[in-house]
Ligand binder design. Structure first.
Ligand code: AMP
Length: 318
C-alpha cells in the first residue's frame, strides 16, 4: 500500500514480461475472476481512467498495458518524443484499483527475428486516418493481437475517441475469433468539450484554445442533425465552417461515414460518425461524434445509447 496523506491508496503490481502476466492471470482465473484488459500507450489521463473504472466494475482482475507501440507510428511521427511517465501512470492505475500493469520492452512484444503482422483490409482502413498514417492500423492490430495473446482477457476496453481504431480492432477480434469481447467506452472530454488526449500535452496555451474548434465543429454539425438535417454535405459544411475560422488548425480530414462499416454516406439514415483530424502546432489531434437519427448528439455523448442500438439503427435508453 502507498499512503497519500491520510488516504490509503492501493497500488498496482508492475510487470514487464509475458511470462509474469500469464502467471498472474492464471492465478486470477483459478480464483474464478474474469480478466479485463485496458491497452494504453501511457501518459494516462481521465479518458484512460474511465476505461479502467469500467473494467474494474465489470471484471474481477484488471490488467492495464502501457506500451508505446513503435509499429503504429509512421516515419516522422512522434514516437521518440511521445510522453512517457511510468511512475505517474503507476499511481493513477493504483488509484482506480487496477490489479496489474504490463509495461514491456519493445523486444518483449517484438522479439528479434520476429516477422508476423496482423492486418485488417477493406473499407474500414481505406478512409479517415488511414491515408494520413500509412501502416498505422496494421501496427495497431498487430500489437493488439499480441497483447490479447499475452493477457488472454475476457474483455478489452477501447475508447470511442479513436473511433476507427475501435472498429478495426472489433473486426480483427471477430474475424480471428479471439475469445474476448471488445467494450467501447464513450469519449471523455474537458469541460470545454475538447477530447482528452495524451497529445494535448504538446499544445501551447494559444494552440489549446484553437484546438477546441475541433469539438465545436463536430457539435455544430450535431446541432444541425438534431434539428433534422440529413444531408451529409450540409452537415460536413457546417463543421468545416467552424474549423476554417481557426487559422491555427490545419485540417487533415473531416468526414461523415457509416458508424459501423465506415463507408461514405450521402444521407443520414442510419447511425453515422463525423470524424475529424487536424494538426495544431506539433500535435495531431482527432475527434468524432456519433449521430443516431432521432437521437441528439448531446444525449449520445452522455452515454444514453449503447452499441447494440447502432446495429438496430435506432437509439434506446439504457
Ligand atoms: P492511447 O493511450 O492514446 O493509445 O489510448 C488508450 C485507450 O484509451 C484507447 O482505447 C483510446 O481510445 C482510449 N482513450 C484515449 N483518450 C480517450 C478519451 N478522451 N476518452 C475515452 N477513451 C480514450
Amino acid at each position: 500500500m502507498i499512503r497519500v496523506g491520510s488516504r490509503a491508496m492501493a497500488s498496482s503490481e508492475l510487470v514487464a514480461t509475458a511470462a509474469e502476466v500469464r502467471e498472474r492471470v492464471a492465478a486470477a482465473r483459478a480464483d474464478g475472476k474474469a480478466i479485463g484488459l485496458v491497452p494504453t500507450m501511457g501518459a494516462l489521463h481521465e479518458g484512460h481512467l474511465t476505461l479502467m473504472r469500467r473494467a474494474r466494475a465489470e471484471s474481477g482482475y484488471v490488467v492495464v498495458s502501457i506500451f508505446v507501440n513503435p509499429t503504429q507510428f509512421v516515419a516522422g511521427e512522434d514516437f521518440e518524443r511521445y510522453p512517457r511517465d511510468l511512475a505517474g501512470d503507476g499511481k493513477l492505475c493504483g488509484s482506480v484499483g487496477a490489479d496489474l500493469i504490463l509495461a514491456p520492452e519493445v523486444s518483449e512484444v517484438y522479439p528479434p527475428g520476429d516477422s508476423t503482422w496482423v492486418e485488417v483490409t477493406g473499407a474500414l482502413v481505406e478512409g479517415m486516418c488511414a491515408p494520413h498514417r500509412p501502416g498505422h492500423f496494421r501496427g495497431v492490430t498487430t500489437v493488439c493481437a499480441r497483447l490479447f495473446n499475452i493477457v488472454r482477457p475476457d474483455r478489452a476496453y477501447f475508447g470511442e475517441k479513436d473511433y476507427q481504431q475501435l472498429q478495426v480492432v472489433k473486426r480483427m477480434v471477430r474475424d480471428l475469433k479471439f475469445p474476448l469481447e471488445v467494450i467501447p467506452v464513450p469519449t471523455v472530454r474537458e469541460p470545454d468539450g475538447m477530447a482528452m488526449s495524451s497529445r494535448n500535452a504538446y499544445l501551447s496555451p494559444e494552440e489549446r484554445k484553437a484546438a477546441v474548434s475541433l469539438s465545436r465543429a463536430l457539435f455544430a454539425a450535431g446541432d444541425l442533425a438534431d434539428a433534422g438535417e440529413r444531408d451529409t454535405h450540409k452537415l460536413v459544411a457546417a463543421a468545416r465552417a467552424v474549423t476554417q475560422a481557426e487559422p491555427l488548425l490545419r485540417l487533415q480530414y473531416l468526414e461523415l461515414r457509416d458508424a459501423e462499416t465506415l463507408e461514405t454516406v450521402t444521407h443520414v439514415e442510419r447511425p453515422v460518425v463525423l470524424a475529424v483530424a487536424a494538426l495544431v502546432g506539433r500535435a495531431r489531434l482527432i475527434d468524432n461524434v456519433v449521430m443516431v437519427p432521432g437521437f441528439s448528439v448531446d444525449r449520445i455523448e452522455r452515454d444514453v445509447y449503447h452499441e447494440g442500438d447502432v446495429k438496430k439503427g435506432q437509439g434506446a435508453r439504457r
